[in-house]
Every structure is written in C-alpha cells, then in structure tokens.
Design a protein around this ligand. Structure first.
Ligand SMILES: NC(=O)c1ccc[n+]([C@@H]2O[C@H](COP(=O)([O-])OP(=O)(O)OC[C@H]3O[C@@H](n4cnc5c(N)ncnc54)[C@H](OP(=O)(O)O)[C@@H]3O)[C@@H](O)[C@H]2O)c1
Length: 256
C-alpha cells in the first residue's frame, strides 16, 4: 500500500522513535508515503532520522516532524503530544512505544531502577495514551497502538518489574479500548517477543529474535488490519503463547 496523494496522506506519530522498534516503524511508514511524527528524548538521533527519512523518500513529498518528549515528565506529556499532533494535522495512528527495561534480579537493592521502569512503562505510557485519546476524540477517529510485551503474559527471570509493568500496561490498554470504543478510536495491543534493539545488551541470547525491520513490518501489518492484539514475530510465538507460562524456570535462567 502506498500513500502518495498528499491530500489523502495518512500520518503516524511514534514515541520512542530514536532507536529500535520506533525507528524501524518510522522508516517503514515513511517508505509507504505517510507523514511521520517522531518523538523521544534524544533529539540528535531524531534529527538524523528525520534527515534520513526525507532523503530516502525524496519525491514522495512526505513531512517528517520531530518532537522532544520525555514521558517521565508527566505534566509535560499532554502538551508535547498535542503540539506534534497539531503540527501533523490529521493523525491516523499513534504508537505508544517508548519504554525501558533493566535486566536485574529482585533483591539487589537497586530498587530505583525498578521505579524508573514503572515511571516510564506505566505512568509515562498512560500519560501518552491519555494525550493520544484526547486528540483523537476531538478529531473524531484514530488508532492507538500500545507496545506491550510477551513479558506481560508470564514472568521472565531478572525482569520482574518489566513483566509487571507490561502486564499493567496491557490491562490499561484493554480498559482504554472499552472507554474509547464509542469515540471511533481503536486500540491495538502489540506484544513483541524478542526484537534486536538497544533495549537489552543480551537480546541475542533470547529465542526467535528478529531484526527491528522485520518486527516493524509485522507490527504495521497487524495495525493495518486494525486487530485488537498481535504477537510479533508471529511465528513461532502465536503457537507457543498458550504454553509460554509453562517454560521451565531452569531454561529461562540459562537465558537471563
Ligand atoms: N526489543 C524487544 O525485544 C522488545 C520486546 C518486547 C517489548 N518491547 C518494547 O518495545 C518498545 C521499544 O523498545 P525497543 O526494543 O525499540 O528499545 P530501544 O531501542 O531501547 O528504544 C526505546 C525507545 O524508547 C524511548 N524512551 C525511553 N525512555 C523514554 C522516556 N522517558 N521518554 C521518551 N522516550 C523514551 C527511547 O528514546 P530516548 O532514549 O531518546 O528518549 C527509545 O527511542 C518498548 O516499550 C519495549 O518495552 C521491546
């Protein structure tokens, strides 16, 4: 599907677009001819990505807009989100993707790192969804995509807080879906397995890792179909998911 007619041009806003899945999604949508809004804290990375998207897609006449966004600055999230949404004008899809992880076992005394995960992955994500929903309500339509995790389904060693944060975010998104249904706003929950990004140094040790490009392609496909939920990569996780909670702790210990 291309999107080269400027009048009907669709647009997408992606938080956490300065690396990994968010960056790959921005590249994917720009190649389809979408106007793209990219938000994160590292402005240098966003500006480089903006230049790349514009030069790789010269001739498509797309717009690529950059927004500084720290989702931990809770009182600023709505204003920053509204600012980039208004600059884009019509916004079709908002990816609530910004998130962090820390590989650490419970009882190491580094509880401040656990709180940082909670702040970003729950409070920051909720603030972002709320701002997205508010914009879409005024606009009359939209699709919110929350990037949760396979870790929302079952505990993984050395990631207790991360698993808890993603389980909470998924449940929040399910509640948001109920609240926003009558406002013509769809909510899609994506649960990635393992995608090669900067989120964890040891990501390549985990099973069935795919590239961020492959991950973005599969995510966008699920979103395009306006599905309520989707696992990425689909193969083999959609077949393993029913048994995910049964993976022996001894196997997880070898991985983490
Ligand atoms: N990779 C995987 O295997 C995997 C699996 C399951 C779920 N996920 C989820 O996928 C999402 C993207 O992660 P990734 O794998 O692409 O990792 P990544 O490469 O580390 O990207 C994380 C993104 O989140 C942004 N971010 C972090 N804290 C932020 C904050 N306070 N405010 C605004 N932006 C913030 C980062 O940008 P700045 O640092 O520039 O702000 C960066 O762009 C996360 O929600 C993650 O939990 C990833």
């Amino acid at each position: 599907m291309t999107n080269e007619n400027a009048e009907n041009r669709k647009s997408v806003l992606i938080t956490g677009a300065s690396s990994g899945i968010g960056e790959a999604l921005a590249i994917h949508y720009a190649a389809l001819g979408y106007d793209v809004g990219i938000a994160a804290r590292r402005m240098d990375r966003l500006k480089k990505l903006q230049e790349k998207l514009l030069s790789d897609n010269a001739g498509k006449n797309i717009r690529v807009l950059v927004q500084g966004l720290d989702v931990n600055a809770l009182t600023d999230v709505a204003a920053n989100m509204t600012s980039i949404c208004e600059a884009l004008g019509r916004v079709d899809i908002i990816y609530v993707n910004a998130g962090i992880n820390r590989i650490q076992r419970v009882g190491t005394g580094k509880v401040h790192q656990d709180f940082a995960i909670v702040d970003t992955n729950i409070s920051g994500a909720i603030a972002t969804v709320d701002a997205a929903a508010s914009y879409f309500k005024n606009q009359g339509h939209g699709q919110i995509v929350g990037i949760s995790s396979l870790a929302s389904f079952a505990a993984v060693p050395a990631q207790a807080t991360y698993c808890a944060s993603k389980a909470a975010f998924s449940m929040y998104l399910k509640g948001a879906r109920l609240d926003l249904m009558s406002d013509n706003i769809d909510v899609t929950i994506i649960t990635p397995g393992f995608i090669a990004t900067e989120i964890a140094d040891n990501i390549h040790k985990y099973p069935f890792v795919v590239s961020s490009e492959q991950g973005a392609k599969e995510i966008a496909h699920i979103v395009d179909k306006r599905k309520k939920e989707g696992i990425v990569p689909g193969y083999p996780w959609k077949y393993i998911k029913p048994f995910f909670g049964l993976i022996p702790t001894s196997l997880w210990k070898k991985l983490a």
